[in-house]
Design a protein around this ligand. Structure first.
Ligand code: IMP
Ligand code: MG
Length: 172
């Protein structure tokens, strides 16, 4: 482990929270069919665990956006690749790694609403409190965190650290 990297949430804490989220999602959707859409790349590990914590069968799809350059938000969200199948009339659950400025989610929600799903909800592993009230952008949040740059469990710093089984941060 990187000597300066501090553990924020251990693999065990993450597993426990993901199990809870899965139960809540099952309870909320009951027998309704569900399409789970992961935002690449950051959500890939969270989504893999979450769809297994959700006991009902779900359809899985992915899209990819980018906005970060060298760990700094460029402020512009770019659609790298979009969904390829229709989601019209579907219950959509969008899976994000983290809500920071909220720009990515605001962009994606507007974009996906245009495809006329029956419902659209968002599940974000993390919500970063940066002093803007963006909490409403996500319907389900794994953990609310202070304003740290975090890595691990899918989240990267310049492409690295995604495969760590825990969420860590670099103390300033
Ligand atoms: P937003 O558009 O500012 O909300 O940023 C969302 C995206 O920025 C996330 O999907 C992440 O890919 C990235 N991001 C924001 N904060 C962090 C962080 O602390 N660590 C790693 N990636 C982050
Ligand atoms: Mg991301």
């Amino acid at each position: 482990m990187d000597s300066k990297l501090q553990v924020l949430y251990s693999a065990q804490q993450i597993e426990q929270r993901v199990t809870e989220l899965g139960k809540q999602i099952d309870a909320d959707y009951k027998d309704e069919p569900l399409v789970v859409v992961g935002v690449l790349k950051g959500s890939f590990l969270f989504m893999a665990d979450l769809v297994r914590a959700i006991k009902k069968d779900v359809r899985c799809d992915f899209l990819r956006v980018s906005s970060y350059e060298n760990d700094k938000s460029s402020g512009v969200v770019r659609m790298d690749f979009d969904l390829t199948q229709s989601i019209e009339g579907d219950n959509l659950l969008l899976i994000e790694d983290i809500v920071d400025t909220g720009r990515t989610l605001a962009f994606l929600k507007e974009h996906l609403h245009g495809k006329k799903p029956k419902s659209l909800k968002v599940c974000s592993l993390l919500y970063k409190d940066i002093g803007i009230d963006n909490r409403h952008l996500a319907d389900y949040v794994g953990f609310e965190i202070p304003n740290h740059f975090v890595v691990g469990y899918g989240l990267d710093s310049e492409g690295l650290y995604r495969s760590l089984p825990y969420i860590g941060y670099f103390p300033r």
